[in-house]
Design a protein around this ligand. Structure first.
Ligand code: NAP
Length: 445
């Protein structure tokens, strides 16, 4: 891999990159199919990704039509890597087996190991038949929507394709590796004022937050909307907060400590609720019964910040723990957008508050190529910034995943793959200088 790294650092030409032969094998972070039962009987929080994530040398996959092989300079940890590594709610090998049954080409994904990771920044090394928009040497980031688009279903909105999958979660050859294989229509230009690790980090969560909050497929947020953002300094929330501020809305940011509160304040948010201080107890100790009085107390805390107004859009993802409260605090005609259920997917809410007040629940999942492109373009324009708080090496991926699993992280957590150190990859130094203050503040530096 050293010759590839040298070519990237030297800024080799497209022809020079095209002449580099692909290595026969490369380093990749994997889970193993024969270990899916390793955590049986252990409570979720005690399942340790350091035990299930391995750094293996794996063979180079065969490149198919419409695909690209990318040298990965940096990647990032997403919650989906936590799910894969603790084999919850299901083992991801089921996804690979199902995908493998679809076609001869898809069969390549059904392996006894799963290379994880749904973000990357890097350089294209090779493209498959039919790819005209990208060539070896292109500096790229990749979004994680993998679609076949053979059925009519996905042709209005690619997220509706019947064969829609999340790359590196429901497909193999993910980004936590020195090399990744993606569909060429996952590629987007790398924002040139950012380092490799900064550029890799927004990807999945930035695109998801954009669709969930801004897109007409999601919350369709407008200027002046009061937006309640759970985990407002976290992976998704750090971008939702920026989109609310950038779009002239009023974020009401929920976080769990003062350090996180200061980060969202430094982004420009003024209305912040520290949930550890307010300590709303939405559920009884057994987790079987909710307490509407606590929804009301939470709603009162919001009104105190907004001057008596309620919430137009709730940016939901904690799920079971918070969903009843989220439905309650939404104003008449308002919207709850949801993309996840971190604390449990069997939600309960009082439907009277929903139907009598004409509130809507909108589901959202990742983003289509157009939405991803728009979200990446805003990063490239310096209007939305990375929230990368810490960068690990590829060998430390297990620890990085454990930190996210235990909510010990801040914003996004990055991983260096081929890049030998942090701080490399910036081409547009003038633009970086212009945005350095915001980049550092949003990273919590
Ligand atoms: P993250 O970086 O861990 O951030 C989530 C934040 O939620 C935490 O930082 C925490 O912030 C807050 N939180 C945790 N438990 C909570 C609770 N009981 N009550 C209230 N807030 C709580 O994770 P993420 O990357 O934002 O992802 C969040 C969820 O979305 C995960 O389940 C992930 O799988 C899912 N997701 C789905 C999609 C999709 O396309 N459908 C895309 C991305 C992520 P505080 O401690 O500061 O409150």
């Amino acid at each position: 891999m050293q010759n590839i790294l040298d070519a990237i650092v030297a800024g080799a030409s497209a022809d020079e990159f095209a002449n580099i032969s692909l290595p026969e094998s490369y380093r990749a972070v994997t889970v193993h199919k024969d270990e899916v039962d390793m955590f049986e009987g252990i409570p979720s929080k005690e399942k340790d990704p350091r035990k299930s994530l391995h750094l293996d040398e794996v063979p180079m996959p065969e490149l198919g039509p419409g695909e690209a092989i990318v040298a990965v300079m940096a990647s990032a940890i997403n919650y989906n890597t936590v799910w894969t590594s603790i084999f919850e709610p299901v083992s991801t090998f089921g996804f690979l087996e199902r995908y493998g049954r679809e076609s001869e080409l898809a069969k390549r994904h059904d392996l006894p190991y799963h290379i994880v990771g749904s973000d990357l920044s890097g350089v294209v090394l090779a493209v498959g038949a039919g790819v005209t928009k990208w060539k070896p040497g292109d500096r790229v980031v990749a979004h994680c929507l993998s679609v076949e688009l053979e059925s009519p279903d996905g042709h209005n909105d690619t997220m509706l394709d019947s064969s829609q999958r999340i790359w590196g979660f429901e497909t193999n050859f993910g980004g936590l590796a020195d090399v990744a294989m993606v569909k060429a229509n996952q590629l987007m230009p790398k924002p040139e004022h950012l380092t490799w690790e900064e550029a890799a980090s927004p990807g999945l969560v930035n695109c998801t937050a954009y669709r969930q909050l801004v897109s007409t497929n999601g919350g369709n947020m407008k200027q002046g909307d009061n937006v309640l953002i759970w985990g407002a300094s976290g992976g998704l929330g750090g971008f939702a907060t920026q989109y609310a501020l950038n779009g002239g809305a009023n974020p009401v940011c929920v976080v769990s400590n003062e350090e996180k509160a200061n980060i969202v304040r430094s982004m420009g948010a003024e209305m912040v609720i520290n949930r550890s201080e307010l300590a709303p107890k939405f559920w009884n100790d057994e987790g079987t019964q909710q307490n509407p009085k606590e929804w009301k107390r939470f709603g009162a805390a919001i009104r105190e910040l907004t001057g008596g107004e309620d919430i137009d859009i709730v940016f939901e993802h904690p799920g079971r723990e918070t969903f009843g409260a989220s439905v309650f605090v939404t104003r008449k005609g308002g919207t709850i957008t949801t993309c996840a259920s971190t604390t449990g997917y069997m939600h309960e809410y009082d439907n009277r508050y929903l139907w009598m007040n004409l509130k809507r629940i909108i589901s959202s999942h990742f983003a289509n190529y157009r939405e991803s492109w728009e979200a990446n373009r805003l990063i490239a324009q310096g209007k939305i910034h990375p929230t990368l708080s810490r960068t690990y090496t590829l060998e430390e991926t297990g620890q990085a995943s454990l930190d996210v699993h235990h909510n010990k992280h801040q914003g996004k957590v990055g991983v260096l793959c081929l890049s030998p150190e942090e701080g490399l990859g910036v081409l547009n130094t003038e633009m970086r200088e212009q945005h350095l203050d915001a980049i550092n503040r949003f990273r919590g530096i």
